[in-house]
Ligand binder design. Structure first.
Ligand code: ADP
Ligand code: MG
Length: 484
């Protein structure tokens, strides 16, 4: 099958680039705009970057507190903070999830707007609608790869998400309902794990911190390598942070994980402290020169089984250089199928903040999409376009593609809007949304400046614990079919 021959994947740059180069290896695709509604945004777009689109100013602070200090700290209080963060509106009382305070007052228009923002967004996140956890087998690169002989696991078990709590769960946003939570600036979702004996938020946090520091017991590993693309065309929503910390959490619990950095900014490579200066072999060489993926993969220092395929700045040129190449949308898929992933459990692909060719390559290469959604109003804008792109790639290039996971990030428990956005997203997308919510955490933003994930930089911090729980959920969802 000639990949890209389907209607509508006519890249805006296509005719121009093909004209200019004359030597396209295959005929140009359909005319630009041949598919209604595709409307590829400019690749360099990131015009939608939020305020956090670039790395925060690096704050080299003192090293994290000791374990004893952590335990002594009041619940929910982030080390190194004074009780206020940049987004703390002066005098605004902390409000729990959709509590009485959420209605009325200056913020009362927000829920309606949030609802409206989601009104036009499809609830369908995959071929069968919301993908039940455990439905996925994995490693089914497009086109439908029955011939690779790797059967999909699971069979749409209706209870695949067993144990994952939904929005209705009273403690899915942690201490929000706790009367004492009024003093804490960050409320963390730390859902009770299956073996949790603690029954208070601080006890759960302490227990989780012990596990985080010790590495903990191995989590269930998938029978086949899961390839998960982390995508959202908005910048600064936590794609890279999620890729790095989910990968590190899983690797700390016995999984073998590869992070493919597909963002020319190379933030994931930086966070994992993998050399990615211009000139070194990187994902660029894999996509454009057809170099084997294995030749650019590096082991991440400090982890037995965490690897990274780094991105250098030259990857920015790949958006253009890929245009005239054969099967330009499936270069990464081909590289991954040629790569021996039999020793891996997870491959995370960290996308750039655009819906250009790099992101499409990532969507073609993976059966699973994880969308991080920042708990802010603007985060909902653009979601429809992202889901439409996923749907287009699914219908033309990768029939196995679906959104399997949504992760709420940068949750600020002091703002009404954060809880309203979280509630609405849960109501809209249901079980696909992880119960764990990632709070805003100073430690999370500091970690990259030390070339570390927050999982190693400060494993007892609220951000690390939240990512640990999110990764555990991801691992357990996949484990459902194997257990049955
Ligand atoms: P993206 O990859 O979507 O552009 P990043 O993961 O790079 O987003 O995050 C953008 C910025 O926000 C980075 O500086 C990162 O350190 C910071 N950040 C991400 N998640 C959090 C969080 N939970 N709390 C605080 N800062 C965060
Ligand atoms: Mg990024």
């Amino acid at each position: 099958m000639r990949v890209g021959s389907g209607p509508g994947l006519g890249w805006p740059e296509e005719s121009e680039a093909a004209d200019g180069q004359g030597a396209a290896e295959e005929p140009a695709g359909p005319p630009i705009g041949a598919l209604d509604g595709l409307g590829w945004p400019e690749a360099a777009g990131s015009g939608s970057d939020g305020p956090g689109g670039s790395e925060d100013t690096l704050r080299r602070t003192e090293r994290p507190e000791s374990w004893a200090e952590y335990v002594a700290r009041p619940a929910g209080r982030e080390a190194g903070t004074t009780g206020s963060t940049e987004s703390d509106p002066a005098g605004e009382p902390p409000v729990g999830r959709g509590g009485p305070g959420a209605a009325g007052g200056p913020g009362s228009a927000a829920p309606e707007r949030v609802r409206q923002a989601l009104a036009g967004v499809s609830r369908e996140t995959g071929p069968g609608g919301v993908v039940q956890a455990g439905d996925r087998g994995v490693n089914a690169p497009s086109p439908p790869a029955a011939e690779d002989g790797r059967p999909a696991t699971g069979g749409g078990a209706p209870n695949g998400v067993g144990g994952v709590r939904t929005a209705a769960s009273p403690d899915s946003v942690g201490g929000a309902e706790n009367p004492s939570a009024g003093e804490s600036e960050v409320q963390v979702a730390i859902p009770a794990g299956p073996n949790a004996v603690a029954d208070t938020p601080i006890a759960r946090a302490a227990q989780a911190a012990v596990v985080a520091r010790a590495g903990g017991a191995p989590w269930p590993r998938p029978s086949l390598c899961r390839i998960i693309t982390i995508a959202n065309q908005k910048g600064g929503v936590g794609k890279t942070t999620t890729a790095v910390n989910m990968a590190a959490s899983l690797a700390m619990h016995g999984a073998r994980v590869l992070v493919v950095d597909l963002d020319p900014q190379g933030n994931a490579s930086t966070a994992l402290d993998v050399d990615h200066h211009s000139g070194i072999a990187s994902v660029y060489n894999v996509l454009v020169d057809g170099q084997p993926l294995g030749s650019v993969v590096k082991q991440v220092t400090g982890f037995a089984h965490l690897y990274c395929a780094p991105a250098a700045i030259d990857l920015a040129g790949a958006e253009i250089e890929l245009v005239p190449l054969v099967a330009r949308e499936s270069r990464l898929a081909r590289a991954l199928s040629a790569y021996d992933a039999s020793n891996l459990d997870y491959i995370f692909i960290d996308c750039p903040p655009s819906l250009g060719l790099l992101t499409v390559n990532a969507l073609v290469a993976a059966p699973e999409v994880l969308i991080p959604i920042q708990c802010e109003y603007y985060a909902l804008e653009g979601l429809e376009q992202l889901l439409r792109t996923v749907e287009l790639v699914r219908s033309h290039l990768n029939p196995d593609l679906s959104v399997t996971t949504i992760l709420l990030t940068m949750y600020d428990g002091r703002t009404r809007l954060a809880s309203q956005v979280a509630d609405e997203v849960r109501e809209h997308f249901g079980a696909v949304v992880l119960a764990s919510v990632i709070p805003r955490s100073v430690r999370v933003s500091e970690a990259p400046s030390y070339g570390q994930s927050v999982m190693t930089y400060d494993p007892g911090s609220t951000g690390a614990l939240a990512y640990l729980e999110a990764a555990r959920e991801l691992a357990q969802r996949n484990a459902a079919p194997a257990a049955s």
